[in-house]
Design a protein around this ligand. Structure first.
Ligand SMILES: [Zn+2]
Length: 122
């Protein structure tokens, strides 16, 4: 993606204890992949209790709706909002106005360079 492209958003959180299988089942449906593929893609991070991205590709106005319906396999208090695929724990910048983790430069919500509604097809 070019730096100038409008960005979309993701949600991250920690898996609730004992809910890794439920997460894999959910994410395999969400991504349209098999549970085995989901296990291969996410198994390690689930085991290590890393922060995982459980939503991606959404417009900014969808984010409050997603926050109201956090799946029960995610620890709700741990949820963080980011530009899609920007890991909040891997050197991301943070905008206090929008509670948003983002990449280099200014916050895309502050600058208005965002997708507003809908979900990007992956
Ligand atoms: Zn901002």
């Amino acid at each position: 993606m070019e730096l100038d492209s409008p960005v979309d958003f993701g949600l991250w959180g920690y898996i609730s204890h004992g809910k890794a299988a439920k997460f894999r089942s959910w994410v395999s449906k969400d991504l349209g992949i098999s549970e085995m593929a989901a296990h291969q893609k996410f198994g390690a991070s689930v085991r290590d209790s890393d922060l995982i991205q459980f939503h991606r590709g959404y417009g900014w106005l969808e984010v409050p709706l997603l926050l109201e319906e956090v799946p029960d396999f995610i620890i709700k208090q741990s949820v963080k909002i980011s530009v899609s695929d920007i890991n909040p724990e891997k050197g991301a910048n943070y905008c206090e106005i929008h509670s948003l983790y983002h990449g280099k430069g200014v916050c895309p919500v502050c600058s208005g360079n965002i997708i507003h509604r809908g979900r990007r097809s992956t």
